[in-house]
Ligand binder design. Sequence first.
Ligand SMILES: *Cc1c(COP(=O)(O)O)cnc(C)c1O
Length: 445
Amino acid sequence: MGVHARFTLFFIRLNQVFMNAFHYKNQELYCEDVAVAELAKEYGTPLWIYSENKFLHEYRELAAAFSECDPVICYSVKANSNLSILKSLNAAGCSFDVVSGGELFRVKKAGADTTRVVFAGVGKTDPEIQDALSQNILMFNVESEAELDAISNVAEQMKTIAPVALRLNPDIDAKTHHKTTTGKKGNKFGMDIERHNALAAKVLADPHLQLRGIHMHLGSPILTTDPYEKAAQKAVDVIAELREKGHDISWINLGGGFGLSYRNKEAPAYSEYAKVIVPYIKQAKCRLALEPGRSIIGNAGVLISEVIFTKREGGKLFIIQDGAMNDLVRPAMYDAFHKLWPVSTKLPVPHDPEAKDIPDCEISDVVGPVCESCDYFAKDRALPELKRGDLLCTFSTGAYGSVMSSNYNSRPRGAEVLIRGNNVQLVRKRENYDDLIAFEIDCLK
Ligand SMILES: *Cc1c(COP(=O)(O)O)cnc(C)c1O
């Protein structure tokens, strides 16, 4: 066997392994080579655990699927902005999509090449624009005429030319939760085609602006490839028109939103998305930018909690554990589904995590200690018997988990650990009570 073949085989094996970064061995949950129960003992709960090999695998799979387009993959920092994760992705060649000055600060700290960074968001302030221009970012995703004017003014003051892409709202229904759809008429995001074309003309006449590309982000998570195909097709048409009018366009940015399998392989493979997108990008002879967040980091993270009490009330079994909506808000905010299973259990994880009739399981609500009825992780879920002190794993919480956590109910945020093989790295300390009041000024002293 040649060196190349052996090398390829090695990566195939590695890939097979890291398709499943969280797995059970001898009835115990592991992250890569590390027993989760050991991590909980060492770092306490609630605890966020990330598999580095898993998110690197996702990044590489995505980059490989689109390799024909020489893509720039701009990981969406808002999905999970832990510095160690950003550094690891940066080292693998990934770039970044930021939506605030704070996120730009983070990617700089992570060592990113800011000339490959894109800046999205509907409310960029002048200081943020100035900062981004001085970092020579790849382009601003512009969401309105007012923003375009602000960018032009700042660029003029700085005697420079700002690279922009106009965010087109293509009015495509991506069939996501109503709180996470962004590419449909009536959202606050982007602009319709008429305004897009009018602003493009304005850019052409402005010496401080340069139109580099077109941007779309349809929503998240998108579980079919069809919306992307429609968006790519639209991009090709719009770019042809823009070029006719004299714009030197070289980028198509199709945003993020790629599906994540929260349940059981319901998300298409990256190659499926690539199959419908790549031909259009090649037809337009453009570079491709993508802004994946969820699909890269979502299944590379879990949240571990400990059962405090169980109680039966109103004909229901409640599992009350030390993870809550202040840690993971997705169920409360988006009615999100997360697979849950004990860390130590004789029972295998069910093939269908929504199945109600699992032997030796009881229908339960998994809730937290926060004083809100919407503080739950799961409702009417078949789960094995759980008692005080047992550990519970909430899966697929790498994306929009820790980043959305708060101190509501004066609950300190949990620790975060990064696992690579058998290597364990604490990447965020657990907060303590003093941290809760660190920014408050005690006026009664
Ligand atoms: C949130 C967001 C993304 C990332 O979406 P995912 O579903 O996490 O892939 C990409 N682009 C923009 C503009 C966003 O707002």
